[in-house]
Design a protein around this ligand. Structure first.
Ligand code: HEM
Length: 451
């Protein structure tokens, strides 16, 4: 169906073809989300799809995504994905709105400053070293699990300077899949009452959210009252709570859960994809290893080294493009508005896929290919950096972007210096869109380097 014209050149978005009674476009979305998203571009810059009977207006160009994310005032609030995540995140910064959101962002901002990030590097490295210390030549690793463990360990020790205590990391790891599949299932259910059905995914979502909260309760209990002068983010949050700075007991916990999940899920998934792509591109692997050998020699990676590793930087950037973690994000309008000439009513759900935007052939040549050299200055003529937004933009832009770059750089450098990873023969890697796009089935065999 074509976009229908309204007075004053404002049009209604076209409705995507192929909907099924009762389910809308859900079958197409679940079967092949990125193929589906990319097919919408030819229908317009904004296209309506139905999840059940609920319309979602999907944006297909980076220009309009930016204009929504940068819109001033209060026209766009957090939408469906975030609403369905409140079971886990409560009132944490990722779901907060308005003045509360501004206050929560302000409080955490210093913990993400460049100098502070540099000071986290030794803890980030130690977390990766603890992980690889368990590897033996010939071992087959479940990579998403390994990278999750490293990311949680690294975040807790660097940003929070906390000790989780025995078994806590395993409990968090065990709970993550239930949380991320629960948020996605509740987002995509064609009807809200399905959240109350006695389905495994619903039960797991509740149980896993409770489990993450229980672990965070332990962390808070262990840290509260300790007069540690260490300027960790955990201490900043605890102090804000003690001083009654708008952080009641519940919000304190919500914030820690939010940072724990937002900060480890994304990094872990990206690191897993980086290892997958490096193993699949021997020439890229050679280049990264040669650069590490030349720049680091045998020394452990230091904060100042990261700026001297341009090949590694391009590899991470390309993984963030091809495997952008946040595949579906939403906003909801508070009033009628127009978006790029399309009419959007009040209370409407607006969605976009950063992953699909980064695979758009109108923006990137050979978008499905992993080509780190596309980021060389010489190859960027005519490319607008506005079209690359893995960390979002605007007031909800990721506060952890610099943290993530540092952690990914440290992890890849530390792993690749001593280890070579190859896909387990016969392993089939599949994209699994949960809250992030996960590399399902990624099993790899490790060998010591040099071989
Ligand atoms: C590869 C790594 C990462 C990617 C690709 C990523 C991506 C994003 C994106 C796209 C958003 C904006 C969502 C929106 O506008 O709706 C976001 C928000 C957020 N990210 Fe990240 N992130 C990463 C790592 C981290 C890390 C390491 C942390 C913390 C340690 C973190 C904490 C957060 C938080 C708290 C928000 C919510 C901010 C707000 O609503 O104001 N992220 N992230």
């Amino acid at each position: 169906m074509a976009a229908s014209e309204l007075p004053g050149n404002i049009v209604e978005p076209a409705v995507a073809p192929g909907r099924v009674a009762g389910l809308g476009h859900l079958p197409r979305l679940v079967r092949d989300p990125f193929g589906f998203f990319l097919s919408l571009a030819e229908l317009g810059d904004v296209v309506t799809i139905l999840i059940g009977r609920k319309p979602v207006h999907l944006i297909t160009t980076p220009r309009l995504v930016r204009s929504v994310l940068l819109a001033g005032g209060e026209v766009y609030r957090r939408g469906r994905v975030f609403e369905k995540a409140t079971k886990t995140f409560g009132g944490g910064v990722i779901v907060a709105e308005g003045e509360a959101h501004r206050r929560q962002r302000r409080l955490m901002q210093p913990a993400f400053g460049r100098h502070r990030i540099a000071s986290y590097v030794p803890e980030m490295r130690a977390a990766v070293e603890r992980g690889v210390a368990k590897w033996r030549p010939g071992m087959v690793l479940d990579i998403p699990r390994v990278t999750h463990e490293m990311a949680v360990d690294s975040l807790v020790h660097s940003l929070f300077k906390a000790d989780l205590g025995t078994g806590a990391a395993e409990r968090i790891m065990g709970a993550f899949p239930g949380v991320v599949s629960g948020i996605m299932a509740h987002t995509l259910y064609p009807a809200d009452w399905m959240e109350r059905l006695p389905l495994g995914v619903n039960r797991r979502y509740q149980k896993s959210s409770d489990e993450v909260r229980a672990v965070v309760d332990d962390v808070v209990a262990r840290s509260a009252g300790s007069d540690s002068a260490e300027a960790s983010l955990l201490n900043v949050l605890l102090k804000a709570h003690e001083q009654g700075d708008g952080y009641d007991e519940a919000l304190l916990r919500d914030e820690i859960v939010t940072l724990l999940i937002a900060g480890s899920e994304t990094v872990a998934t990206t690191l897993a994809w980086v290892l997958h792509e490096i193993a699949g591109h021997p020439a890229v692997e050679r280049e990264v290893v040669d650069e590490l050998t030349a720049e680091l020699d045998d020394a452990p990676v230091q904060p100042s080294d990261l700026a001297r590793l341009p090949v590694l930087d391009r590899v991470i950037k390309e993984a963030l493009r091809l495997h952008t973690p946040n595949w579906l994000l939403t906003r909801r309008t508070t009033e009628p508005t127009t978006l790029g000439g399309y009419r959007i009513p009040a209370g409407a759900e607006v969605g976009f896929s950063l992953t699909a935007l980064h695979r758009d052939p109108r923006v990137f040549d050979s978008p499905q290919a992993f080509e780190p050299d596309r980021w060389l200055d010489d190859n960027l003529a005519g490319f607008s950096s506005d079209a690359f937004l893995p960390f979002g933009v605007g007031r909800h832009r990721c506060p952890g972007d610099t943290f993530a770059w540092a952690e990914l750089g440290v992890a890849v450098a530390t792993i690749l210096r001593d280890w070579r990873l190859a896909h387990k023969p016969g392993a089939k890697v599949r994209e699994l869109p949960m809250v992030t796009v996960q590399p399902s089935g990624l099993r790899m065999v490790v060998q010591r380097r040099p071989l």
